[in-house]
Design a protein around this ligand. Structure first.
Ligand SMILES: *Cc1c(COP(=O)(O)O)cnc(C)c1O
Length: 337
């Protein structure tokens, strides 16, 4: 990893491999789409090369997280499904778990803090899950989810990234990229806890050994970037960002995505809030595409020159989600941002 200057990392066996991703593919495809690649003429011209957007924005629930949720619920035994699933997430992961659970007739409980805005609560309620609201922070809500899942006969915890089955689910996005663009030389992937990039990196590295995989995070609160630099997971304070789906830590003990990112990801680059706003506006104007901040980091990295793919390279930019606030989209569309 060039700019991240990490300590050198000894190779250790990784918790997810290509076989695991192929094995859960059928479970994922029961709920998630094989998403299209859509060429971006504007970005291709900008770098005098080939840039395709991988549109996870069109998934049911509006993000790739439905892949991991479908993989996890699909892996559970009948008695586990009977006891239900639990998680703590206000955003795309909670939506995905609630959606897949409802489709399978499984009870899902989502733990939220008292601070979650009424709009998000209403969104989750509409997905038919049970809400457990209380406490001062999402960390506390997560503790409740863990405590409930630790009980005898308790529901199964569905973690957004610290679970090899969830990572394998996200990896199906990587299988598709390698099948759709066997000439792909570079994949740009939004990066927070690292579930998405880990799954993609395992699949793409196995199928297209020469392709580079670069993670993109926002400048403030880039926990995986700092962790890789430090050689161990580090905790950061959260900051306001347009890429709200990238907020949150990597876990103090991370033996799932941290080692995969350390060993398989070639570089991590950061983008500023201005670059994110520019990228979201660009996607809307140029492609009539609604991408949330987290989903637009790869576009931002290219537009801002944070990565400079060589003209001979075919680049795939993963646009991970569409769930931007309507007010944000309105401001982008009116040119106020
Ligand atoms: C969760 C999420 C991410 C980050 O995924 P990780 O697996 O945590 O790295 C990126 N984009 C969107 C839209 C998300 O919902």
């Amino acid at each position: 990893m060039g700019p991240a200057n990490p300590p050198s990392v000894p190779a250790t066996p990784l918790p997810v491999d290509l076989d695991a991703i192929e094995a859960i593919r059928a479970d994922v495809e029961r709920h998630a789409l094989r998403t299209p690649l859509s060429r971006s003429n504007a970005l291709s011209e900008l770098i005098d090369g080939d840039v395709d957007l991988k549109l996870e924005t069109v998934q049911p629930t509006g993000s790739f997280k439905i892949r991991g949720a479908a993989a996890k619920l699909g892996s559970l035994a009948p008695d586990e499904l009977e006891r239900g699933v639990i998680t703590a997430s206000t955003g795309n992961h909670g939506r995905a778990v609630a959606h897949v659970a409802r489709a399978m007739g499984v009870e899902a409980t989502i733990c939220l803090s008292d601070n979650v805005p009424a709009g998000k609560v209403a969104d989750l309620e509409r997905l038919g899950c049970t809400l457990d609201i209380g406490g001062p922070s999402q960390d506390a809500a997560f503790e409740r989810a863990i405590a409930a899942s630790d009980q005898d006969e308790g529901p199964t915890l569905v973690h957004a990234f610290l679970d090899p089955v969830v990572v394998a689910g996200q990896g199906t996005c990587g299988l598709e990229i390698a099948e759709q663009r066997p000439d792909c030389g570079l994949v740009l992937v939004p990066l927070s806890g690292g579930g998405l990039i880990s799954g993609i990196a395992v699949a793409v590295r196995a199928m297209l050994p020469d392709a580079r995989i670069i993670g993109v995070s926002m400048e403030h609160g880039a926990a995986m970037y700092e962790s890789v630099r430090a050689g161990q997971p580090v905790q950061l304070d959260e900051a306001e960002t347009l890429a709200d789906s990238l907020q949150g830590g990597v876990g103090s003990e991370n033996d799932v995505t941290f080692p995969i990112v350390q060993q398989l990801v070639d570089d991590i680059v950061l983008v500023s809030e201005d670059e994110l706003a520019d990228a979201m506006g660009f996607a809307l104007r140029e492609h009539r595409l609604v991408v949330e901040g987290a989903g637009a980091v790869g576009i931002a990295a290219i537009r801002a020159g944070r990565v400079r793919p060589s003209p001979a390279t075919t680049t795939v930019v993963v646009c991970s989600g569409a769930n931007a606030e309507l007010a944000t989209i309105a401001r982008l569309a009116s040119g106020e941002m």
